[in-house]
Design a protein around this ligand. Structure first.
Ligand code: ACM
Length: 543
């Protein structure tokens, strides 16, 4: 039996637990009120399957039952879980999503076996203590950004990450689908994006200063059907998938596929290949009508596949050198009456801002897109620190806080010599736990523009699922609590209590098969001796 004080993320209020127990048995029935079908399906397919509980349909007044209902008087994602002796368990949510988050809490109350793929024993009775939990998220955007461009994650791995997100009550997958090192989404009208752009011949192993190469080709992409499956699987778990197609920088894979997209008057773009190393790439899109029409075609297919209100257009790290040297780009600057090539960036983003708005979507981009002004509905992912987010909120734009100094999970999580491929800042579990998404400089009204927060997982040094797991966990558990729970100010957050609850949470992660970083450091097989991952002495922390 699990104590409710072992929940992660911590809930708002708990009445109890009392000594009396509420059993769940093979005879326990499930009543799912109108609108609660996603949770009904999840309970049978996941929780019931893990514990050997059939959860057969039953009436709403059976004493030994699990009941789900929506109560519109609760906040949309809020829930109330009442486990009452002789009355079974009732989960009431403000919406279908609220009921689903309540079911995630129920799973934690049932102990680590509830996180297995199959029962360790058949149809055993489970008990949870009599208690009432009332809970609601602090933020409506509780995100994880997954970079599947630097290293491809096959579809099943993405579905697994959606399950891991759901278990932590995270509700936005920011899907980084394109970059210099790979194009990962089928675009039917431009087949070379995946024929050429989804594979690279070799890959730098470790930091870009490393002398090591993995000489095997690397690649892969999602078909339209794969994407539909991912989006549907996410929707079943009340997770939005926000696609990112990065423009006008981070585009070498696209240019390798269609050389006319690049600045071909100053670079031999026909000789470019999908990039095999890391860093900021000079080969950016040419500011031509052809490029705009091409990407409108890309976005048309993206909009068909992703129902998400927000569409991410990247906009980060776009060196302007080629535009400075390109007669065609300079002619464009002239024709548009711009002050210089720097303004081509905001012209680019502004075009897609209008284009997406006209289609009922909202543009979101990295904080560089603020330079040059933004349309009213556009939102900003604040990654270079808090400043972009503060400026955006003050200008009335919505913000997702994801400062690299705090929540970039590619950064090393310990200063020790054993960290595999250690890059970036040292950001420990405690550092992430003390991350505060809303900076104190913001007035309450400005703070209202902070939609929420996300942790970003850039995968340059994560070549497989185990490496992703190692970087993401356990820190994602701390991040989930920051995003969901109403925690006190960072300095007075009770990290000792979080660590105590993590003891139970590690057992859940074990049952889920997550290759997390153990508290005492990496296991021998998790180490990567000899791989250069460290930043060069004196240089800023690098990814
Ligand atoms: C970023 O990390 N370049 C958004």
């Amino acid at each position: 039996m699990t104590s409710p004080t072992e929940l992660i993320p911590a809930p708002g209020a708990i009445e109890g637990p009392m000594r009396r127990a509420v059993p769940l048995t093979p005879g326990t029935t499930l009543w799912a009120g109108p609108g609660t079908e996603t949770t009904e399906r999840w309970l049978r397919s996941t929780l019931g399957a893990a514990l050997g509980l059939p959860l057969r349909p039953g009436p709403d007044d059976a004493p030994d039952s699990l009941r789900l209902r929506i109560d519109g008087t609760l906040a949309p994602e809020a829930y109330r879980l009442a486990a009452v002796a002789d009355r079974g368990v009732e989960i009431t949510g403000g919406s279908a999503a609220g009921v689903f988050w309540g079911a995630q809490t129920l799973r934690q109350l049932l102990g680590p076996d509830a996180f297995r793929a199959a029962p360790v024993r058949q149809g055993g009775t489970r008990e949870i203590p009599h208690q009432i939990i009332e809970d609601a998220p602090r933020f409506r955007w509780r995100g994880l950004m997954l970079d599947v461009a630097r290293h491809f994650m096959p579809k099943d791995g993405v579905l697994r990450y959606l399950d891991l997100m759901a278990a932590h009550k995270l509700n936005v997958l920011h899907f980084h689908l394109t970059d210099d090192q790979g194009w990962r989404i089928e675009i039917k009208r431009y087949p070379r994006l995946t024929e050429v752009g989804s594979w690279r011949a070799r890959t730098k192993f470790g930091h870009r200063a490393s002398p090591l190469w993995d000489d095997r080709p690397h690649g892969g992409y999602y078909t339209h059907d794969d994407i539909r499956e991912i989006v549907a699987y996410a929707a079943e778990r009340h997770i939005d998938v926000v696609p990112e197609i990065d423009v006008p920088g981070h585009s070498q894979a696209a240019i390798a596929a269609y050389p006319e997209l690049g600045n071909c008057d100053v670079v031999d773009t026909a000789s470019l290949t999908v990039w095999d190393t890391w860093g900021i790439n000079p080969n950016v899109l040419a500011p031509t009508d052809n490029t705009l029409r091409f990407y409108e075609g890309v976005f048309e297919e993206v909009l068909e596949l992703f129902p998400s209100r927000f569409v991410h257009v990247g906009g980060d790290e776009c060196p302007k050198d080629q535009w400075r040297r390109s007669p065609a780009a300079q002619a464009r600057v002239e024709e548009l009456g711009l002050a210089g090539e720097d303004e081509l960036q905001s012209w680019f983003i502004g075009h897609f801002d209008d284009w997406l708005s006209a289609r009922g979507r909202r543009l979101i981009g990295w904080d560089e897109i603020l330079e040059g002004g933004l349309a009213k509905g556009a939102a900003v992912s604040s990654w270079r620190g808090y400043q972009g987010g503060i400026a955006a909120a003050r200008a009335g734009h919505d913000v997702v806080m994801c400062p690299e100094q705090q929540v970039y999970l590619d950064h090393r999580q310990d200063a020790g010599a054993d960290e595999p491929v250690p890059i970036g800042y040292v950001r420990t579990l405690e550092d992430v736990y003390r991350f505060e998404p809303v900076p104190p400089e913001l007035t309450p009204e400005e703070a209202g523009h902070v939609l929420g927060t996300q942790a970003n997982v850039w995968t340059e040094v994560m070549e497989n699922q185990q490496r992703v797991d190692y970087q993401v966990f356990p820190r994602l558990a701390a991040f989930a609590e920051v995003a969901w729970s109403s925690l006190p100010a960072p300095a007075v957050r009770d990290f000792a209590d979080f660590e105590r609850r993590m003891t139970a949470h590690y057992r859940r992660l074990d049952a889920l098969g997550v290759a997390y970083r153990p508290p005492a450091g990496p296991l021998p097989w998790q180490r990567r001796p000899g791989v250069l991952g460290r930043p060069i002495d004196g240089a800023p922390p690098l990814r």
